[in-house]
Ligand binder design. Structure first.
Ligand SMILES: [Fe+2]
Length: 343
């Protein structure tokens, strides 16, 4: 039985988490926070709770429960003779995730097995939709993308995809990140986009609108900012999915979208990734405005991202940002949006 002191400490923790005053790292694996609490005035948020991979978002606007599964960073590396002319550009990443350790069992596994296991989880959970949030492949291999399609096509649930920085990147090919993203999205990733705008799309799942934005260059384009504002203006309960986590105080530039320190001065990866360094002058006003708009949105229930390969939670202005561990290890998130609990 808990002592009065431990109950009080836990209650204060819950209040602090819900109010957004805890901004440091809170791992969603293992002992996880439980932050269900009443909503703030005018907000569609009424708290959230996390148990390992299961995230519950509460909203008074939701009458019917909604459940979806999200994964990121599978890093599939299957390739064949069609990839031979690109080996000079794919070699490092082709070897990066050949064998992994399962996030639960810690036993050796590999990305294809983990991806299939997550699809089975989505079916067992009766998820209403599946979201693929970038770095599904380690480089734009035709064989790997075809393999993904072959596994997704038989699914009985709708799925949506947004790119990660590796999905369109052959290391060492000339061009800016935006140019390479456009080129390889058109040449290789088109089937995964299923006819939707690669940079921005929505899927309504029950009474919840899931917004997917491609921020895999770390940056947000003006049309994406306008699109996000238009979604906020609908007043619908929103969930945002992006590959690269949004800046949270105390986080390194891996949380690079809107990070005030992001820019060429702190870019340590451009040599090994053989790409141009990040923008010399840092983030654009558009990306910084996007960050402000996200964490001011009264109808945004949560942000979900990947990229860092580490399961974490940050809370900004009462809005949880949950980063999923790498699906190359089997990690994923089961996200439920529910009416507020009655007790
Ligand atoms: Fe990744």
């Amino acid at each position: 039985m808990k002592s009065p002191q431990s109950i009080m400490t836990r209650r204060r923790l819950l209040q602090a988490v819900t109010a957004g005053s805890i901004l440091g790292p809170v791992c969603t694996q293992g002992a996880a926070p439980d932050a269900a609490a009443p909503s703030a005035t005018g907000s569609l948020r009424a708290g959230f709770a996390i148990d390992e991979v299961r995230v519950r978002l509460y909203s008074p606007q939701v009458t019917q429960p909604v459940k979806v599964v999200m994964l990121a960073d599978t890093h599939l590396f299957r390739d064949d003779e069609r990839g031979a002319p690109f080996r000079e550009y794919s070699g490092r990443m082709a070897k990066a995730y050949n064998q992994t350790r399962h996030f639960r069992t810690l036993q050796p596994t590999q990305p294809e097995a983990c991806f299939e296991e997550t699809l089975q989880t989505a079916q067992k959970e009766h998820a209403a939709a599946l979201f693929l949030v970038g770095d599904i492949v380690s480089f734009p291999s035709e064989a790997a993308i075809e393999w993904v399609q072959s596994r997704l096509t038989p699914l009985s649930i709708p799925w949506r995809y947004t790119a990660g920085n590796h999905d369109w990147h052959y290391e060492g090919l000339p061009g800016t990140s935006a140019e390479l993203r456009k080129e390889w999205s058109e040449k290789r990733l088109r089937p995964l986009h299923q006819g939707h705008d690669p940079l921005m799309s929505v899927l309504d799942v029950g009474g919840v609108r899931v917004v997917m934005l491609d921020n895999s260059t770390y940056e947000i384009q003006p049309e994406q900012l306008a699109f996000f504002k238009a979604q906020v203006a609908t007043g619908k309960p929103l969930v945002l999915m992006v590959h690269i986590p949004l800046y949270a105080p105390g986080r390194p530039v891996g949380f690079g979208c809107g990070h005030p320190a992001w820019g060429a001065k702190v870019d340590k990866g451009f040599t090994i990734e053989r790409r141009p360094p990040w923008r010399q002058e840092g983030h654009t006003a558009v990306t910084l405005e996007f960050h402000r708009e996200v964490f001011a949105a009264p109808n945004l229930l949560g942000v979900f991202a990947g990229h860092t390969h580490k399961a974490t939670l940050d809370v900004l202005n009462g809005i949880p940002q949950v980063v999923a561990g790498a699906n190359a290890t089997g990690a994923h998130l089961v996200i439920e949006v529910l009416p507020p609990p009655t007790v």
